[in-house]
Ligand binder design. Structure first.
Ligand code: UGA
Length: 370
C-alpha cells in the first residue's frame, strides 16, 4: 500500500492520488489500475479525456491545464501522491516548437516540484530515457552498452541540434527534483520510461491530431491508409520497446514500495525488445496483414532525417536500458515480446480508426498524411 500523509490513517488505506495528464496514453492505462489496486481516490487532471474510460469508481475528472491559476495549489493540497505525466513528448515538436516543449517539460512543472516539497507530497515524475541523449556512456564518458541510472554520463548534442530541447528540459527538471529531495526533504521518484507502446498511443493525423506522431502511430497511420512507411535514415536506429501494461505494473510496484523507491531514479524499459526501426516496420506490417489480409499493401520508403523532421533534428542510434535497479527494487521483469504486443496494438487502432478513416475517404475529406 502506498503511504497516506500519516501512516495508519484513513488516507494510508485509501490514498488520494493526483494524476496530471490522466487523459493521455499512459494516464488512460494507469488510472484504472490505481483504482483497482489501491482503491485510490484519484484526481484525474487533463484538458481532454477521450482516452480515459468513463465512470471509474473514485475518479474525479478535473478539466484543467496545469498552468491554470491555482490548479497546482488545489491539487497538491488534497493529494498524498502526485504522478506527473504531462509533456509534449513528440520528437517532431522538439525542433519546431522548442519553447513550448521546454515550458511543458520544465517551466510549467517547477511550481509543482516546489509545492510538493512544501507540502511533503510524494512526487512520482515521469521523465524520459531521452535524458541519456545520443548514446550510452560510462561515468567518464566512454561508450557503454546500456543506459544506467547510477553510472551513465548524459550526452546531448550541440545547441543548434534542437532535438535535445526536450531532453535538456527534462534533465534540468530531474536535477531540480533531486535538489529539492536532497536539500529540502521532497519525497520523490523519477521514472525514465523507454519507448513505451500500446493501445491508445498518440493520434492519427487528420482524425484526432495534427502533425507527425511517434513512430508506432506514424506506421499505423501509413498501414491504415495504404501509404508508405517512412524509414528515417533507413530505419537503422534501434529502440527497446516496453508494453504499456508492464510500465503500469512497474509504477504500481513503485507505489507499493515507498521506502525503497523514494529518492530514486529508475529506468523502466524492456531490453529484450531491442530492435531496429526497420524491424519494427516489418513486424507491424506482418501483424497488420494478419488481421487485414486484403488491405492495400504498404511499402517502405527511406527519407533523410532533415527531409522528415526539418533542420535541427538529431537522433540516438541505440537505446537499451540497464534493468538492474528496477529488478532489484521492484522485483519487476517485463516479459511481453514485440510479437505478442503488436497484434493487440493493431487491433486497437483498427477498432478506433478504421471506420472513421473509411468515412472520411467516402466523404472525400482525405485525412492528412504526415
Ligand atoms: C521518443 C520521444 O522523445 C519521447 O516520447 C520519449 O521520451 C521516448 O522517445 C520514448 O518513447 O520513450 P523517439 O524514440 O526518437 O523519442 O521517438 P519516435 O518518434 O518513436 O521515433 C523512433 C525512431 O523512429 C526515430 O529514430 C525516428 O527517426 C524513427 N521514425 C519515426 C521513423 O523511422 N519513421 C517515422 O515515421 C517516425
Amino acid at each position: 500500500m502506498p503511504p497516506g500523509r500519516k501512516t495508519g490513517s484513513a488516507a494510508a488505506r485509501r490514498p488520494r492520488i493526483a494524476v496530471l495528464g490522466a487523459g493521455g496514453f499512459i494516464g488512460s492505462h494507469l488510472v484504472p489500475r490505481l483504482c483497482d489496486r489501491f482503491g485510490a481516490t484519484v484526481d484525474a487532471v487533463d484538458v481532454t479525456f477521450d482516452k480515459l474510460a468513463e465512470g471509474l469508481p473514485g475518479v474525479t475528472r478535473v478539466w484543467a491545464s496545469i498552468t491554470d491559476a491555482g490548479l497546482l495549489e488545489e491539487i497538491t493540497l488534497r493529494a498524498d501522491i502526485v504522478i506527473s505525466l504531462t509533456a509534449l513528448c513528440n520528437p517532431a515538436l522538439y525542433n519546431t516548437r522548442p519553447l513550448e516543449v521546454i515550458d511543458a517539460s520544465y517551466t510549467d512543472l517547477v511550481p509543482l516540484v516546489e509545492l510538493c516539497a512544501q507540502r511533503s507530497r510524494w512526487l512520482v515524475h515521469l521523465s524520459t530515457c531521452e535524458v541519456y541523449g545520443l548514446c550510452a556512456l560510462t561515468a567518464d564518458g566512454r561508450p557503454a552498452r546500456r543506459m544506467d541510472e547510477e553510472r551513465s554520463a548524459l550526452c546531448l548534442g550541440p545547441i543548434h541540434r534542437e532535438r535535445w530541447t526536450y531532453a535538456a528540459a527534462k534533465q534540468l527538471l530531474e536535477r531540480v527534483i533531486w535538489a529539492y529531495g536532497r536539500h529540502h526533504g521532497l519525497p520523490f521518484t523519477i521514472v525514465r520510461p523507454f519507448n513505451v507502446i500500446g493501445p491508445r498511443m498518440d493520434f492519427i493525423p487528420g482524425v484526432d491530431g495534427e502533425g507527425t506522431p511517434r513512430v508506432l502511430a506514424a506506421f499505423m497511420h501509413a498501414l491504415l491508409m495504404g501509404e508508405d512507411l517512412v524509414l528515417v535514415d533507413g530505419g537503422r536506429q534501434r529502440r527497446s520497446f516496453l508494453y504499456v501494461d508492464e510500465l503500469v505494473d512497474a509504477i504500481v510496484r513503485i507505489l507499493e514500495r515507498p521506502k525503497l523507491c523514494q529518492g530514486q531514479v529508475l529506468n523502466l524499459g524492456n531490453d529484450r525488445n531491442d530492435v531496429s526501426i526497420r524491424e519494427l516496420a516489418q513486424a507491424l506490417s506482418t501483424a497488420y496483414r494478419a488481421l487485414r489480409p486484403h488491405a492495400r499493401r504498404s511499402r517502405m520508403r527511406k527519407r533523410t532525417a532533415e527531409e522528415f523532421y526539418g533542420p535541427g533534428y538529431d537522433d540516438s542510434d541505440v537505446r537499451i536500458p540497464s534493468m538492474t535497479k528496477a529488478r532489484r527494487l521492484l522485483q519487476w521483469r517485463p516479459r511481453m515480446p514485440l510479437a505478442d504486443m503488436l497484434p493487440l496494438i493493431v487491433a486497437d487502432y483498427l477498432g478506433r480508426y478504421e471506420s472513421r478513416l473509411a468515412d472520411s475517404a467516402r466523404s472525400g475529406a482525405r485525412p492528412q498524411v504526415p
